[in-house]
Design a protein around this ligand. Sequence first.
Ligand code: CA2
Length: 145
Amino acid sequence: MKLLILNGPNLNLLGRREPEIYGTGTYADLCRIIEDHANHLGIEVEIFQSNHEGDLVDRIQAAYGAIDGLILNPAAYTHTSIALLDALLALQIPAVEVHISQVDDREPFRRISYIRQACLATISGHGFAGYLEAMDLLVNSEVQS
Ligand code: CA2
């Protein structure tokens, strides 16, 4: 099984500010715990981060037929991007939306997610562990199907 994990703008700066919202871990720490968990589960994982909406759309399109599940934290594009929604709808692969912070308890604009309707679940406010929960969910849904 192969999962693709996509991270949107500014997540590469994790650990550099707002530790009260995002914790103190860096982006490298996040990638390491994801890779460790993939080894533990015995699956393959690819992690991609971009600050550019079109790069994320391109990566989703390239995933067609090549991956079994997608985990997506589009960061600020969550709240603005119909292009990402359309790419996800076209992909037709199980996807899980992840947010490190609890977006529903923050500014009203963060309660809007364009991609949510194309995802089988949303995990929000569980910190880095949310990515691992999303991996477990996709692995278990594959086993059951
Ligand atoms: O909680 C999440 O994971 C978010 O997707 C993170 C986005 C934010 O726009 C979403 O509303 C919620 C922000 C990512 C940038 O994160 C940084 C964290 C620390 C330092 C710099 C950037």
